[in-house]
Design a protein around this ligand. Sequence first.
Ligand code: MN
Length: 230
Amino acid sequence: MSYLFDPSIPAVPVMHSDTLFPVHRIYCVGRNYVEHAKEMGWTGREAPFFFMKPADAILPVADGSVGEMPYPTMTSNLHHEVELVVAIGKGGSNIAVASAPEHVWGYAIGLDMTRRDLQAEAKDQGRPWCTAKGFDHSAPISPLHPIAQTQWMEQGGIRLVVNGQERQNSDINQLTWNVAEIIAFLSTLYTLQAGDLIFTGTPAGVGAVKQGDVMEASIAGLGKLTVSVI
Ligand code: MN
């Protein structure tokens, strides 16, 4: 048997390595920093909720290079959301909070790029967010850093600068639901698998970018992710 055409598995490069992390699914957490929840009109105390992007929405950017994200069609309000990305190395369901770290392979910096106008329309109409969140190239991502090198991450600055001006600046210790709690909660809804990526939510300060803008995202210990909107 053979494939009719190339199955082309999306993959994220691993830092200082020739290996690739094949992506199975991309889960995203909504409103997971209190200050961002407030800027979107919520209290910040709601239970976690999730949405997904297709695996091939990733836009991997090599260390030290500048990624190029095409400005998407059908929007005039493309927003940036800098996020800590957790890569799952060992699957499972109903994972306990205490054992969640065993399931983490590593971390990356990600951008949950959003057609905010389409998202607002979807919210108004009670429709799905797929076209607002899951479009092509909507998930720029840095190389993965193995947890063996970073250790379990509970704090560290997370920041986004656009054209040299700071837009977002917080600390991952401000996550409403921390990484272990997210993994535990998500694994009650889905069987997690090796290859899953979890975008853990964005701090306050989301805003629009346009063609020609350069986004520089950083998380302490994970380096930088630089993306130009073309
Ligand atoms: Mn997000």
